[in-house]
Design a binder for this molecule. Structure first.
Ligand code: C2E
Ligand code: MG
Ligand code: MG
Ligand code: MG
Length: 298
């Protein structure tokens, strides 16, 4: 890679774009290395799923969790998904990785619900997976193989997917709906979207993006937007999850305006599978936990 990067840099140097393209080729070389390692990551067991609890605002009951992918890259350590999922999407590797994620998440859900609990696991999907052949039957097969009840699985998609003219997305979503899965819109409010899709697609859950939640107690316009989203979703019968809840102030604002479910560091960071297995049924918000520790040590 170093050789080809140098060659490309020299060539572009002659064209007079050296400074700019040099950076790009270095990045391209790094991505190539990333890609070839990522190709083997599944078979080498380097991928891991963490689970971040989703909690009822009302009483802090744990309702489920979102499965979040981590890559334990040799020589680097844990890499967050934002740093390798784009490469996986560009190369199509996301199809295999996504299948692995679904199987792991379904296996976990089957395990956690075995004793009669009701813990829903949410899984993030990429557009490429919808374009892959046999995606719907593949999901069906994974549910059957892992013994995961469809009600225990929620699929998270982003708004951009719904803008796709191709009706394979609409077809897949209605098939999933018929199977009994639920569908969530992730990062709601940040995409290029038309509100009309809320009536056109079988959507169960809206996840309000973290950027709105962050400013809900400091910026009046964000507060009004979140209130409007909550009121629309109440009318349409959507469940709403607030992403990235970090403070008690945010939590009480959201609770007052009728948001039902929280996901954020105030309640819990993403946890490993063994950790979430040990979780109590009710989570105390972190501030409360810290306050009581302070009181004990005083
Ligand atoms: P997302 O689906 O919106 O997931 C929520 C992200 O917000 C997670 O980041 C989570 O750790 C982070 N988060 C949760 N609560 C808080 C909080 O209170 N404060 C802050 N600052 N952050 C919080 P993570 O795990 O780094 O994932 C980033 C993105 O990568 C995800 O965003 C999702 O789009 C993507 N991703 C993760 N796993 C998968 C996967 O299996 N497949 C696909 N296609 N994408 C995935
Ligand atoms: Mg998500
Ligand atoms: Mg999100
Ligand atoms: Mg996201």
């Amino acid at each position: 890679y170093a050789d080809s990067a140098m060659y490309l840099a020299k060539r572009s140097g002659r064209r007079g774009f050296r400074f700019y393209t040099n950076d790009l080729t270095v990045e391209a070389a790094a991505n190539l290395a990333l890609e070839s390692q990522l190709r083997r990551a599944i078979e080498r067991g380097e991928l891991e799923l963490h689970f971040q609890p989703q909690v009822a605002f009302r009483d802090s009951e744990v309702l489920g969790s979102e499965a979040l992918l981590r890559w334990n890259r040799p020589g680097t350590g844990f890499i967050p998904p934002d740093q390798f999922i784009p490469v996986a999407e560009e190369t199509g590797l996301i199809v295999d990785i996504g299948r692995w994620v679904l199987r792991e998440a379904c296996r976990a859900a089957a395990q956690w619900n075995a004793g009669g609990a009701r813990h829903t696991v949410a899984v993030n999907l990429s557009a490429r997976q919808f374009q892959s052949r046999g995606f719907v039957p593949m999901v069906e097969k994974i549910l059957a193989e892992t013994g995961c009840h469809p009600q225990w699985l929620e699929l998270e998609i982003t708004e951009s997917l719904l803008l796709d003219e191709d009706d394979s997305v609409a077809y897949a979503l209605s098939a999933f709906k018929h199977m009994g899965l639920s569908i969530a819109i992730d990062d709601f409010g940040t995409g290029y979207s038309a509100l009309s899709y809320l009536t056109r697609f079988p959507i169960d859950t809206l996840k309000i993006d973290r950027t709105f939640i962050q400013k809900v107690t400091s910026d009046r316009r964000h507060a009004e937007l979140v209130k409007a989203i909550l009121s629309i979703s109440r009318c349409l019968g959507h469940r709403v999850v607030a992403e990235g809840v970090e403070t008690m102030e945010q939590a009480s604002f959201l609770n007052v305006y009728g948001c039902e479910v929280a996901q954020g560091f105030l309640y819990s960071r993403p946890l490993t599978k063994p950790e979430i297995g040990l979780l109590p049924r009710y989570l105390t918000p972190r501030e409360e936990a810290e306050a009581s520790v302070d009181a004990e040590t005083d």
